[in-house]
Design a protein around this ligand. Structure first.
Ligand code: GLA
Length: 385
């Protein structure tokens, strides 16, 4: 049974009727531009073929009732206009509560509705399962209230929900590409203006995501600490964000910063430049240059931003060695575990299995590869479709 069929059946079983519509939003992989989004910089992610689906129908009262199919039909109920509080035990429903609350904060007149959620975005792997849930929920509850918003607004709502209620100080990248991704393309995002430029993915390059099997630890505390260090560096240069600091100004004064803050700022400033170059390299199918930029990005995350782990470094090095300049590889996402991403020609795919076998021997970890395609961002699926 497809996910679409199972979410429809789950809805019908639970609410004794068909849903009005199904809201769909993808996870994402970031090709390059890590920890640059909250510095007003550039990122180059793609939406991928892993999704959260939310089946929805309107109610005639103001209650929101939501069921999670993937968690043995755990459910939650709350009034549209009640104040936010964490659910006592169900972490997943905090995202639903937070998105609804954020929409109400912004003055949207929502209606009560029934929702059934299901998804296949791997969780805790750094592929943005939470952003895809936020975007899919926002689109679902807005649709039953007859409200249409541009995708940038959907993304800002998801981000605000996470920042203000769930308590993670994330940037805009994940929600923006989940809401506004373009099929067959990566999205170059200017995180200051929110302008997005689709970059065609060369069809001969496969996107291979490998979940390293390293559980992401200390994510929130380390993430928020990196944000503070970047803000401290921007302040030193009298700027609102590191995006505004030129490489020349940075290197002229870098020795006045503490060692840690200098490293963090150098990563961000150089990563912004690499991301723009990578978008150009992808657009012109210059794989050798892309390969070099992805390798530099990984080294910078390892040595300057210090967010990789020894196992992930090992995996990236093994793939890099086999790919040479025919493909690129780096860790992707917030760091401290999770996934790596490789761009490689189809005829190179056979290198992956032996590398993962060797990785398991050396680390005891089972790494799981996925070959992904670049997908369209959030959409509504009609039941006839
Ligand atoms: C997480 C955050 C994003 C971004 C990345 C790092 O995925 O949610 O906003 O900061 O980490 O690039």
């Amino acid at each position: 049974m497809s996910m679409l069929e199972s979410v429809t059946r789950g809805f019908t079983d639970h609410f004794n009727r068909l849903p009005d519509v199904i809201s769909k939003a993808p996870g994402r992989v970031n090709l390059i531009g890590e920890h640059t989004d909250y510095n007003d910089g550039f990122v180059l992610p793609a939406a991928i073929d892993f999704f959260t689906l939310v089946a929805v129908s309107a109610r005639d009262d103001n209650l929101i009732e939501v069921v999670a199919l993937d968690y043995a039909e755990q459910d939650d109920r709350f009034w549209v206009d009640e104040s936010y509080r964490d659910h006592p035990t169900q972490m997943w429903s905090n995202y639903v509560r937070a998105v609804v609350r954020t929409l109400v904060d912004r003055g949207h007149q929502l209606k009560g509705c029934n929702l059934v959620v299901s998804g296949n975005v791997p969780q805790g792997a750094g592929l943005s399962s939470s952003a895809s849930l936020e975007v899919a929920i926002a689109q679902a509850v807005l649709t039953v209230a007859d409200i249409q918003l541009p995708f940038t607004e959907l993304a800002l709502i998801g981000q605000a929900a996470e920042n203000n209620y769930v308590g993670c100080a994330c940037g805009i990248m994940d929600q923006l590409v989940s809401a506004g991704g373009k099929q067959g393309h990566a999205l170059l995002i200017d995180c200051r203006s929110l302008k997005t430029t689709p970059i065609l993915m060369p069809p001969e390059l496969s996107i291979v995501i490998i979940n390293s099997g390293v559980k992401r630890g200390l994510v929130d505390s380390e993430y928020n600490l990196r944000r503070e260090q970047c803000a401290e560096a921007a302040k030193f240069f009298n700027q609102t964000a590191l995006r505004e600091v030129t490489k020349e100004d940075f290197f002229a004064a870098a020795d006045q910063l503490s060692d840690v803050v200098r490293k963090r700022a150098q990563h961000v400033i150089e990563e912004n430049e690499r991301t723009l170059k990578a978008a150009e390299a992808l657009a012109t199918n210059n794989v050798a240059f892309l390969s070099q930029l992805m390798a530099e990005s990984h080294i910078s995350m390892r040595d300057l931003f210090q967010i990789t782990t020894p196992e992930i470094d090992l995996l990236v090095a093994a793939l890099d060695k086999e790919l040479g300049n025919e493909g690129g590889v780096r860790m992707t996402g917030g760091g401290f575990g999770g996934c790596i991403v490789a761009l490689m020609p189809k005829q190179k795919l056979s290198i992956v299995a032996p590398i993962l076998a060797d990785y398991q021997l050396k680390t005891g970890l089972i790494a799981i590869p996925f070959i992904c395609t670049p997908e369209q961002g959030a959409s509504l699926v009609s039941l006839e479709g």
